[in-house]
Design a protein around this ligand. Structure first.
Ligand SMILES: C[S@@+](CC[C@H](N)C(=O)[O-])C[C@H]1O[C@@H](n2cnc3c(N)ncnc32)[C@H](O)[C@@H]1O
Length: 255
């Protein structure tokens, strides 16, 4: 049963008094917090929604994590795609349970984790990363969600590989010079397949814009902001610190 916690599962432990949470793997060890120690084997056999107590008697609610929690609590040797952007891409690129996805620039596996969460055994992701050490971390990050789909990790420079022609439903590209591979991405996509690019600078968007219209239609470039609101009765206002900018998302449909 999904609800019963087993060894190897991940749980979120939430302190109701401190309003803080930790993502932990259930295994034979003690987990140390400023609220006291937690013997993680105490979680075995419990269900999500129940509570456990630390050695200092702090009460923690046991919650099942979402991809948001996994992504924000991942090891990040590279910049990642943030949940706000992944959420939009899921709808804009039309991810469904059986999507065949091509990814260039696995990085830390943030985006791969977000997409893989929604794929069934019929879905498939092929992801390319030229730095072996990043791929090792990405695999570790992604496997935490126990993906049901097939994920193929390829440690190669995408510019040097042969790709399947007209095979993928969608492609996502997060590398510094995406315009160098745009024709290859075009060929890899099935007719009317979707593409998404993530670009951290406007200079890159400018360079991509000179090529993209030759290969893709319905091209759109957007930035997505989240502004947190402090919810304190009688003093509701925006938080002072916001993330001003992450990246530009460019999307299109195969010409
Ligand atoms: C910003 S990171 C990707 C982050 C990833 N989207 C995530 O959410 O974790 C960009 C990655 O692309 C890889 N990369 C750059 N050019 C590449 C190429 N031509 N082929 C394969 N990987 C490439 C880099 O090594 C780097 O790890």
């Amino acid at each position: 049963m999904k609800n019963i916690i087993k060894a190897g599962d991940y749980v979120l432990l939430y302190s109701l008094t401190k309003k803080r949470k930790w993502l932990v793997k259930v295994e034979e060890r003690k987990f140390s917090t400023d609220l006291g120690l937690i013997d993680l084997t105490d979680l075995l056999g419990k269900s999500y929604g129940e509570y456990i107590y630390t050695s200092k008697k702090a009460k923690l609610k046991i919650i099942d994590p979402t991809p948001y929690d996994f992504i924000l609590n991942s090891e990040r040797p590279t910049q990642i795609v943030y949940p706000k952007d992944i959420g939009y891409l899921i709808l804009r690129l039309g991810i469904s349970h059986d999507s065949k996805i091509l990814e260039v620039g696995t990085g830390s596996g943030g985006l791969t984790t977000g997409f893989a969460w929604f794929l069934s055994e019929e879905g498939e992701i092929k992801t390319y990363e030229r730095r072996k050490e990043f791929l090792t971390v990405a695999k570790k990050n992604i496997l935490r969600i126990k993906p049901r789909c097939k994920i193929t990790f390829i440690n190669q420079d995408f510019r040097e590989v042969d790709i399947e022609e007209e095979y993928y439903d969608l492609a996502f590209v997060d590398i510094d010079s995406p315009w160098t591979i745009i024709d290859k991405i075009y060929r890899a996509l099935r007719p009317s397949g979707r593409v998404g690019f993530l670009l951290p600078t406007y200079n890159q968007v400018d360079k991509l814009s000179s090529k993209i219209n030759k290969y893709f239609i319905d091209v759109e470039a957007v930035e997505i902001y989240i502004r947190n609101i402090r919810m304190k009765k009688g003093r509701v206002r925006p938080e002072f610190n916001i993330i001003g900018f992450t990246s530009v998302i460019v999307t299109g449909i195969k010409y």
